[in-house]
Design a binder for this molecule. Structure first.
Ligand code: DGT
Length: 210
């Protein structure tokens, strides 16, 4: 049976896949995202940035796979960033940055881009590849000052791209989205289904025992 390898440390992506019937083999890529982005240059299109980051993550774990996994596997790498005011934003990392972002984006909208790369692997070699990004417009609500401070205090916004979650505390402050919710959380299931199809895999082949 083909093993789905998730090239990500993201608990969100792992949860999305588990709820969708797949128990992935997780290998964290450790890719230096800043270095990849710098190599692409300042004029790289946002969709290319997230897709190349996803490709770098998937590619990086190929050599880390045990032989029994690498015999028959599909590796998925992802990268999510928020495109707003013409700039790509990753994780804010600090409360001050998260606060400034929320004060700027509340009541407005941005586009959450998630790049995806799927590598089909047989006997340790890449025999197929498909990649694409998904874009979801996110309409931000207007949290009160107290709610925003409490949200920052929770620590959640610092750890996620765009300083918000759809499926966590951030959900109180997202008015609506236009696009695929799983892609906002971190891995777009309908897009991954298409990409898996392009390398000859049907999603139900990956579902564990029901
Ligand atoms: N639960 C949840 N997480 C979100 C949401 N939006 C973004 N995130 C998370 C997913 C990813 O873990 C993180 C985006 O950062 P990256 O794409 O660089 O992934 P991360 O560094 O977490 O792991 P990786 O680089 O794949 O090993 O933000 C959301 O709506 N819900």
């Amino acid at each position: 049976m083909t093993t789905l390898v998730l090239a990500s440390a993201s608990p969100a992506r792992l949860t999305v896949l588990r709820k969708a019937g797949v128990e992935p083999f997780v290998v964290v890529s450790g890719v230096d995202e800043d270095a990849v982005q710098e190599a692409l240059g300042p004029s790289a299109a946002p969709s290319r940035v997230v897709t190349e980051l996803a490709r770098a993550k998937a590619t990086a774990v190929l050599t880390e796979l045990p032989a029994d996994v690498a015999a028959d596997a599909v590796i998925i790498g992802c990268d999510s960033m928020l495109l707003i005011d013409g700039t790509l934003q990753g994780k804010p990392h600090t409360a001050d940055i998260a606060r400034a972002r929320w004060r700027s984006m509340m009541g407005r909208s941005g586009t959450l881009l998630t790049g995806h790369c799927v590598l089909r692997v047989r006997d340790g070699a890449t025999v197929g590849e498909s990649s694409a990004d998904s874009a979801t417009v996110v309409h931000f609500g207007t949290p009160s000052g107290d709610d925003l401070e409490a949200y920052l205090e929770s620590g959640e916004p610092m750890q996620v791209a765009g300083a918000f979650t759809l499926d966590g505390l951030g959900g109180w402050f997202i008015d609506r989205i236009e696009g695929d919710p799983s892609s906002v959380i971190g891995i777009g299931l309908p897009l991954v289904r298409r990409l898996l199809g392009e390398v000859g895999i049907g999603v139900s082949e990956l579902w564990g025992p029901r």
